[in-house]
Design a protein around this ligand. Structure first.
Ligand code: UFG
Length: 321
C-alpha cells in the first residue's frame, strides 16, 4: 500500500490516476489547495495534515505502508519571497514530522517532489543533477533543505529515497477529468488559456529584457502525465531494491520562451492574445532547461509530450471546466 501525501493537488492527482491501476493507494491531503474531486474513489482518502503528528500516527498505525510519495508543499516562487515563514513551515518542518513518523513505523521508502528552483541562476544551458544548487528564493531553498535532510536520514536511518526535480509542470490528463486548477492561478499556460477563453482581459509578461533571444524567460515545460509515469518508475525501482538513493531531473530538454508559449497557445486555440510587457517578477531566473539523461539511462524514462501536445491537453481541460 502506497501513501500519497498531497494526492489531491495538481501533480499528485495525476499520479494517483496512474498508480491506482497498479496498487492500493491512500491519499492524505488537507485540501488547502487540492481538490477532493480530483481523486478517484478507489483510493482511500483521508483529510489531514502532514504537519499533524497524530494524523500521521493514525495512518501509519492502521495501514501497512510500503512507501510514501510526498507532493504536499507550498510551491509559488513569488509568494515564497514575501512569505518565507509559510514555506519553511509547510515544506521543511512538516516534512520532518512526516519523515520522523515514517522512521518510527519503519517505513523506509520515499519519493520526494523537488524542483528546478534548487538550481538558482543556472551556469549551464542544460542542467544536470550535478549542476550547482544555489537557490535564489525561499521555495527553492526549502526544497534543497529537505534534499540535504534526506541524505542524512539515509546515512543514519537507512532511508531509501528518490528525489525528482520537476521543471515546469503543465498539461492535463487525457480524460480531461483533471487538470491544472489553482486558485489564484499564477502559472503561465493556464493564465494564457484563461485569457484566450475570455476569463481575464490580457496576459502580462514578466520582463522582456532578459538575456535570451526574444528577451523573455525560457522554461522547460513537462507534461504532468510524464511526471506521473516517472514517479511510478521511481517507486518500482525502490520497491524492487534496484535503487537506494538517487536524484533525477524531469524535463523535456528543450526550452521555450514566454513569447513562444503565447504563440503556440494562439495557434492551438485560434485566438489572438492581448499581451502586456511588465517588470520582471522577483526570483525568476532567465533560463531553466533540464537534461533528463540520467533518468532516461537508469529508469528508461523520457518525456512523451512536446509543448504543442502539452498545450492541446491543457486546452481540452480548460474548455471543459
Ligand atoms: N510568466 C509571465 N506572466 C505570467 C506568469 C508567468 O510572464 O502571468 C512567466 C514567468 O516569469 C516565467 C514563466 O512565465 O518566466 C513561467 O512561469 P510560471 O509561473 O508558470 O512557472 P515558474 O517558472 O515560476 O515556476 C516553475 C514551477 C516552480 C519552480 C520554478 C522554478 O512551477 O515549482 O518553475 O523557477 F520552482
Amino acid at each position: 500500500m502506497i501513501l500519497v501525501v498531497g494526492g489531491c493537488g495538481y501533480i499528485g492527482s495525476h499520479l494517483v490516476k496512474e498508480l491506482i491501476k497498479e496498487t492500493e493507494v491512500i491519499v492524505l491531503d488537507n485540501l488547502s489547495t487540492g481538490h477532493r474531486w480530483a481523486v478517484d474513489d478507489e483510493a482511500i482518502f483521508i483529510k489531514g495534515d502532514l504537519g499533524e503528528r497524530k494524523d500521521l500516527e493514525n495512518i501509519f498505525s492502521k495501514y501497512q505502508i510500503d512507501a510514501v510519495m510526498h507532493f504536499a508543499a507550498s510551491s509559488l516562487v513569488g509568494e515564497s519571497v514575501v512569505n518565507p515563514s509559510k514555506y519553511y513551515q509547510n515544506n521543511v518542518v512538516s516534512t520532518l514530522t512526516l519523515l520522523d513518523v515514517m522512521m518510527k513505523y519503519n517505513v523506509k521508502k520515499f519519493i520526494f517532489s523537488s524542483t528546478a528552483a534548487v538550481y538558482g541562476l543556472p551556469e549551464e544551458s542544460l542542467l544536470t543533477e550535478k549542476s550547482n544548487t544555489k537557490p535564489i528564493n525561499p521555495y527553492g531553498k526549502s526544497k534543497l533543505m529537505i534534499e540535504k535532510i534526506l541524505e542524512d536520514y539515509s546515512n543514519a536511518y537507512d532511508l531509501n529515497y528518490i528525489t525528482l526535480r520537476y521543471f515546469n509542470a503543465a498539461g492535463a490528463h487525457k480524460s480531461s477529468l483533471i487538470g491544472e486548477d489553482h486558485n489564484p492561478e499564477t502559472h503561465l499556460i493556464p493564465l494564457i488559456l484563461n485569457h484566450l477563453l475570455g476569463k481575464i482581459d490580457k496576459i502580462s509578461v514578466f520582463g522582456n529584457d532578459y538575456n535570451t533571444e526574444d528577451g523573455t524567460c525560457i522554461r522547460d515545460y513537462i507534461h504532468v502525465t510524464d511526471l506521473a509515469r516517472a514517479h511510478i518508475l521511481a517507486l518500482n525501482a525502490l520497491l524492487n531494491g534496484k535503487k537506494k538513493v538517487e536524484t533525477y531531473n524531469l524535463g523535456n530538454g528543450k526550452g521555450y520562451s514566454v513569447n513562444e508559449v503565447i504563440k503556440t497557445c494562439e495557434v492551438i486555440t485560434g485566438n489572438k492574445a492581448v499581451v502586456e510587457y511588465v517588470n520582471r517578477r522577483p526570483g525568476d531566473p532567465a533560463y531553466l532547461v533540464a537534461s533528463s539523461e540520467k533518468i532516461n539511462f537508469d529508469l528508461d524514462w523520457k518525456a512523451n509530450y512536446n509543448l504543442k501536445e502539452i498545450i492541446e491537453s491543457a486546452w481540452s481541460w480548460h474548455k471543459k471546466r
